[in-house]
Ligand binder design. Structure first.
Ligand SMILES: [Zn+2]
Length: 223
């Protein structure tokens, strides 16, 4: 029997480090969405090789309900698992699904910079810990990814902040889209930050996320 389109799609994702658990469960439009998200992220990381070096191998599963989730430790090879809820893949505009997908990949990237004990305990990796030191008081790019829990920056909130930074960096249209949502425009004021704060990558956040992408590209260039 010749391989199905879904099998070919799963094969295409392998060099990026994504191992699809049950390719036949994915509809054509869902497969295309995943491929677009993965290709956009890989391009910024210097190609498929950069992506697999940064994230390692991740098992990819789809479920009918719910959102996305990254299991930094999964007790079977490839030891990391990403689950994507179908509703995420069917949003308006459609590319919001790509944004959610690269958000989860951002978690995988950080998890790869944590040791195995930290991953088992669900603690963030080096990327998130250094982020907290680097950005100081500057809030993250989105309400959800502000890095703040109340007015305090916590490590758990900073994990979401990093994932949203990856999304905001790869999808500038995501930030533009958030401007159309009043709750996103208003969050900095609501928690008492300066009124001129808006969604998007502040200067420290931009430098930090660009630096991490640049590191991987350099790694690929230097072999
Ligand atoms: Zn997240």
């Amino acid at each position: 029997m010749p391989p199905s389109d879904a099998d070919l799609w799963a094969q295409e994702l392998r060099p990026y480090g994504l191992l699809v658990a049950a390719p036949w469960q994915w509809e054509e439009d869902e497969r295309n969405l995943v491929l677009r998200a993965v290709q956009r992220m890989a391009q910024a990381l210097g190609g498929a090789e950069g992506m697999s070096r940064a994230l390692g191998n991740v098992r990819l599963e789809k479920r009918k309900e719910g959102g996305g989730r990254l299991y930094a430790f999964w007790p079977r090879p490839p030891w990391m698992r990403m689950v994507i809820g179908e509703p995420i893949l069917h949003q308006k505009p459609e590319w919001l699904g790509e944004v959610a997908f690269v958000h989860e990949l951002g978690h995988a990237w950080d998890a790869r910079t944590a040791n195995i004990a930290a991953r088992i305990l669900g603690q963030p990796g080096r990327i998130v810990r250094e982020l907290v030191r680097f950005v100081g008081e500057e809030p993250g790019p989105t309400w959800y990814g502000s890095g703040l829990f109340g007015l305090r920056r916590t490590l758990r909130a900073a994990s979401e902040e990093w994932a949203e930074m990856v999304a905001a960096y790869l999808y500038p249209e995501y930030i533009a889209h958030l401007f159309s949502r009043p709750e996103e425009q208003a969050w900095p004021q609501r928690i008492g930050l300066a009124g001129h704060m808006r969604p998007g990558l502040g200067i420290r956040h931009r430098i930090y996320v660009e630096g991490r992408f640049g590191e991987i590209r350099l790694l690929v260039t230097n072999g």
